[in-house]
Design a protein around this ligand. Structure first.
Ligand SMILES: *Cc1c(COP(=O)(O)O)cnc(C)c1O
Length: 382
């Protein structure tokens, strides 16, 4: 390990998760693997070839920059769907590369039309419906306007999809809102079909919806967090398990994060450890210095709260998280020495530090912990 820490990606876990999802969702439902936020911190350049190798040919990203990274990581052409931002200057390139994108307002549609006309090719668009999240998407009036524009310019549009996003299917408290959204989506879909527009893919579901609301699967599901081996929420997992005989988690986590001890130091009783006065040594304390910090994605909110694994033991992070370093209490770890492996996320011996543990102690969603993992950390496939 040349760098101060390393992220490892388990290929077997990817194979397992894809098999499980394909089996559950059935052959009629297309999976679009969501690789926004640097593939949920896993690394676009490393993850995309692995998913491609194991049978995925549809990828979703947030913006144009990510789409280009996916495009350049693929061995053969696949669908790449931009769910969010493309600036006007990139629209022509996006269309000429065959990238698909959400049309979330009329302005996007007009910009796409101008670019498609100039290139004289079709823009592959997904019409996004506003169904109740009140974030992005065309309302009924805008949808009718969009339809009129599309019908006038049929040679410049391919209707790759009709979609919406649900406002929190990971929590049962949003149940009635989600049901309303699904109803509204169907009504808006009928407006399209009444105008003889048949989108290739009807899609509304993320991971949680695909499991909790089977009717939301339609033609395609946009699966992010579950493909990386995480359940969207404890509720989603419990509701999946509730009618299963086996209580074993069918998903496997892909990502691990490891570092090494860079120094070991004895601290006397009554001394403060690290910046400020947040940690007072109450006994003779042995500390291990570990070269990871908030610049790598280890949140400051884990100061005096985080845990790491060293020599098969759980050790507490003491003092505040620095930009590039943390300290752990290794007083009880026999024979601890410089160079020992430190597991920040993942397994060591019988123990495991899960990303979900970060949320328990620091108010970060598992999504958030993953998305913050620095792009500078080396990724290695195992
Ligand atoms: C991020 C995202 C998803 C994937 O969500 P997961 O909960 O990770 O499966 C799906 N659709 C849209 C529009 C998204 O932004």
């Amino acid at each position: 390990m040349n760098s101060s820490s390393e992220i490892t990606l388990k290929e077997n876990a990817i194979i397992n998760n894809i098999q499980f999802l394909k089996k559950k969702l059935g052959p009629k439902v297309k999976i679009s693997t969501v690789v926004k936020a640097n593939a949920y911190g896993h690394g676009i350049e490393q993850i995309v070839p692995l998913f491609e190798k194991h049978g995925i040919d549809h990828f979703s990203v947030f913006d144009y920059g990510e789409a280009v990274r996916v495009y350049n990581s693929l061995a053969s052409p696949a669908s790449i769907m931009i769910m969010g931002w493309i600036c006007d200057d990139n629209m022509e390139e996006a269309i000429s590369k065959g990238l698909e994108f959400f049309v979330f307002n009329l302005d996007r549609l007009n910009v796409a039309l101008e670019a498609a006309k100039k290139l004289n090719i079709k823009a592959k668009i997904h019409l996004e419906a506003e169904t109740g999240m009140n974030r992005s998407g065309l309302d009924v009036r805008e949808l009718r306007e969009a339809i009129a524009l599309i019908l006038e310019n049929e040679e410049f549009f391919e209707i790759a999809g009709f979609c919406t996003h649900l406002a929190g299917p990971e929590s049962i408290s949003n149940h009635s809102r989600i049901q309303k959204q699904l109803g509204k989506y169907q009504k808006m879909l009928a407006i399209l079909t009444d105008n003889n527009i048949k989108p290739k893919y009807r899609h509304v579901a993320n991971s949680a919806a695909a499991f909790t609301y089977p009717k939301s699967r339609m033609d395609l599901v946009r699966i992010g967090i579950m493909q990386y081996g995480f359940w969207s929420s404890a509720e989603t997992f419990i509701s999946y398990l509730s009618n299963k005989r086996s209580k074993i988690n069918p998903l496997q986590r892909i990502l691990g994060w490891q570092s090494r001890i860079m120094a070991v130091k004895a601290v006397k009783v009554g001394e403060f450890v690290g910046y400020g006065i947040s940690y007072l040594a109450q006994t003779e304390t042995l500390t291990a210095l570990i070269p990871i910090g908030y610049s790598g994605g280890y949140s400051r909110s884990l100061s005096n709260k985080g845990r790491v694994l060293i020599r098969g033991m759980r050790c507490s992070v003491i003092g505040v998280v620095n930009m590039n370093m943390i300290m752990a209490d290794v007083s009880n770890v026999p024979n601890v020495e410089v160079g020992d492996e430190v597991v920040i996320i993942g397994k060591q011996g019988d123990l495991e530090i899960k990303v979900s543990a970060f949320s328990d102690i620091s108010d970060q969603l598992n999504y958030e912990v993953l998305a913050h993992l620095s792009e500078r950390i080396n990724r290695r496939v195992i």
